[in-house]
Design a protein around this ligand. Structure first.
Ligand SMILES: [Zn+2]
Length: 81
């Protein structure tokens, strides 16, 4: 019987089974986090290291998209009342 895949958290080194934690394939790199806390730590590192000139336009777009999503959800709620 095949053993389920196990991953090692790149932040703290904890080993976790497939289906738990967060596994993200980014290009050729596999990013594995055993918890949200380790994923947040990684996000913070990325934001600190990547110059805003490179990343900010993408971040801004995501923020705008999310704001739009929240706004339309609020519209739906208002209509239901
Ligand atoms: Zn971890």
């Amino acid at each position: 019987m095949p053993r389920s895949q196990r991953y090692k958290c790149i932040i703290c080194g904890r080993v976790f089974p497939e289906g738990q934690g967060i596994v993200i394939k980014y290009g050729k790199t596999l990013l594995t986090f055993h918890s949200n806390r380790c994923a947040s730590k990684f996000l913070r590192l990325v934001l600190e290291r990547v110059p805003p000139e490179e990343l900010e336009k993408y971040i801004k777009r995501i923020v705008d998209e999310q704001e739009e999503k929240i706004r339309s959800l609020e519209e739906i709620k208002k209509k239901k009342i």
